[in-house]
Design a binder for this molecule. Structure first.
Ligand code: NDP
Length: 289
């Protein structure tokens, strides 16, 4: 089927700054084309000061929904009429669905993480996780993992604003789920080693090791790696961080952040269209490893 913009084309898109580098327009427009859906996805470079106006504009224009990226995932919570449970607990929104002027905020990064693990054949429900970092990506993982039934999560972060915010988030999350949550200071290496030793999975939710600083690794003691430990890195550039290289060499099962990125997009796509994104085609075309 020819892919054309028509008088009926449904608008979706991305708000944030910067957005020009984003893979989301290519990913969503290809998926719309593959399924013959009369939708389009555009990227709008909108800073915090213009967010509210842009959201109001998209609502008036009847957009079906949109993604929100840095720096406004937190602010978007305040502008939504309703929030999914994960968005409400995490205080962050990356996807808005517009139902006749009612905006519902969702967060799909954590959904992407959980699906990525499942597709790699790992079941971490009822198990223990050690999570490094408490920023945006790490918080999304923390919330979704606890909601989905991971039994215990130990978070490590530097004692700063993210640490304090995570403490509050974890109090709420513990009340709302059965998950046992603890937060520790990164500098306590003996505790880090102990917690990883008790965990089924180690997740790097920090930006340490991301390009261009590819010679950096968040783990300095290689003896934490053991064959039955899953090591997941949210970073997708480079595709194999130093952390994943070391873990793989020690026999761990490893995953990078590429599938998490793909599946968070697939979750937004489903929310807007009610259909499954053809992820194999999108992966082959845009996420080839
Ligand atoms: P944030 O800035 O929100 O969080 C960064 C985190 O990294 C914070 O917890 C920060 O801790 C920690 N950190 C940074 N430097 C250090 C250090 N030297 N030692 C210890 N901790 C450190 O960023 P995001 O969460 O948005 O992004 C983090 C990474 O996740 C990026 O590489 C990004 O590309 C990736 N990402 C991947 C996604 C995917 O779908 N795969 C989705 C979103 C992000 P502190 O409190 O000290 O600042």
């Amino acid at each position: 089927m020819a892919y054309e913009i028509t008088g009926h084309t449904v608008l979706t898109g991305l708000l944030g700054s910067p957005v020009a580098h984003s893979i989301s327009p290519a990913m969503h427009n290809e998926a719309f084309r593959q399924l013959g859906l009369d939708y389009a996805y555009l990227a709008f470079d909108v800073g915090t000061d213009k967010l509210e106006t842009a959201v109001e504009g998209l609502k008036v224009l009847g957009a079906r929904g949109f993604n929100v990226t840095m720096p406004d995932k937190n602010k978007m919570c305040m502008l939504a009429d309703r929030l999914s449970t994960a968005a409400e607990i995490g205080g962050a929104v990356n996807t808005i669905v517009n139902d006749n002027g009612i905006l519902t905020g969702h967060t799909t990064d954590g959904i992407g993480f959980m699906r990525s693990l499942k597709e790699d054949g790992h079941d971490i429900i009822g198990q223990k996780m050690t999570l490094l970092g408490a920023g945006g990506a790490a918080a999304a993982i923390l919330v979704q993992a606890a909601l989905d039934g991971v039994a215990e999560i130990s978070v490590f972060n530097i004692r700063d604003d993210f640490y304090k915010r995570a403490e509050k988030l974890m109090d709420t999350l513990e009340e709302r789920t059965g998950c046992r949550l603890k937060i520790f200071d990164f500098s306590d290496e003996a505790v880090l080693k102990r917690e990883i030793g008790e965990s089924r999975i180690l997740v790097n939710g920090t930006s340490v090791g991301m390009a261009p600083n590819t010679d950096r690794c968040i783990i300095t003691d290689d003896s934490v790696f053991r064959k039955d430990l899953i090591v997941f890195d949210v970073i997708y550039n480079p595709e194999e961080t130093l952390l994943l290289k070391k873990a793989k060499a020690a026999g761990c099962a490893v995953s990078n952040g590429l599938n998490m990125l793909l599946y968070q997009g697939a979750a937004s796509f489903r929310l807007w269209t009610g259909q499954e994104m053809p992820v194999d085609i999108i992966r082959e075309k845009y996420f080839r490893r």
